[in-house]
Design a protein around this ligand. Sequence first.
Ligand SMILES: [Zn+2]
Length: 479
Amino acid sequence: MLLKCNEASYKVGTSIDASIVRKKQMEWRIKMKKVQTHKMTVSVDEHSSHLEQFKAFYKQLDDQGKTIEKLPRETIEDYQLKAVNATLAHVWDNNEYYRSRLEEAGFTEPKLDSLEQLASVPMLKKDVIRGDKEKILCVDPKEIGQVHLTSGTSGKPIYTAYTLADQYVYDLLPKYLELFKETEDDVAAIALPYEFALPGLGFQRLFQFAFGTAVLSLGKGGYMAPVDKSLELMKEYQATVLATTPSYAALLVEESEKYGIKIGEDIRMKKIWLTGEGCSSTFRERLEKWWGCEVSFFYGSTECGVIGVECSKHNGYHIMEGHVKVEIIDPESGEVLPHGKTGELVVTTLLREGMPMVRYRTGDLGVLQKSKCDCGLTMDVLQLRGRMEHMLRIGEADYSPFMLEHFLMELPEVGLWYHFKMNQGELTIEAEKFKTEMSDDQLAEKIKQHMADRIGINCEVVIRDDIPRTFGKAQRVFT
Ligand SMILES: [Zn+2]
């Protein structure tokens, strides 16, 4: 398979003449204005798929100087229905499991007349695909270009296979130029895992191919990625964008003091994208203060890719409706819930040939709203409520850890590292002090009082100064 980038063709699997590539890059740079470009025109030779038809849709938007972000709802939904039908036809023709499930549900052909009818398509549960490489594979294994795995914190991993065209052609078709302001003038530091999971490489492709941004592949927590070297590289290359997790963004700031690197002087960020772990808006705002730049959430998963991105109004995630169709269901009955009701997110990917996810139950909780966002985007807005298995039952009610974090972070004396520990329905909060003269007892009492006043929960509080920092996924909830 040939990956073709503008004039230069790279034979995948053979060595690339670096000097030719550099020369070509120089030529492109001279030709291109210093604006965000989506300049890489990538095509995969001798390739055709059910997704080719959508190139015309996006080409027309390009020609009109538009993106999917502000289209009238009817146009977005019309596109989504076409893309869902194309995906259903693809899985029907190419995957036994998907087809048998559709037939069992009474389908005689893979076609919906409206997006509402998607509710009649069987849902896909994680357990079905866990540890099974081929269950929902819809292409010849030879066509696979990249495999990613979920972190597998709960049992066997989920393997997700992408074709090269998935990642380098179709994934780049929808543009979100209102949400992403990065250009080739930026330098993006990617402090996310590059091993197994999607985030590191996913952001790398986005920045390089869509925006022409230089990338510093810092990774996160790996053998080759100590914090001091990462900070040094960001300083040396004057990184302007950082993509990382909330806890690692906090860790980098803390460590910068230790290494004498001044955030805001030695490293001047324009934008931070947070992903991988959820966090509350108060946590995000603290990071904004510390880093001196806008911090936004990016919600995606290794199985589904990008799902939602926060706009500058920070009122929730705009659903990336070029890439996914999102539904909210009642996790018990499986019934689709209307906008405004909280339930489990179910995602259908729209631009995948390798391993499309059809009505995939994510286990994440959220609520969808029709977009009335001041930013002017017409894409639906999602409020994320965390993961189902992470909800904490305190007394008679369930609480999202993000909500508890939000209230905890309202107290400026509390640091960014904490634990919520559950024991037989009782919550103990372990927290650290942050730049305060208060004694441990005083702060513990203040937190207790604050949580009781703000959300009416009684908890125990332990002030510690040794909550472990982590390079991996921060574990804050213990049940
Ligand atoms: Zn908005």
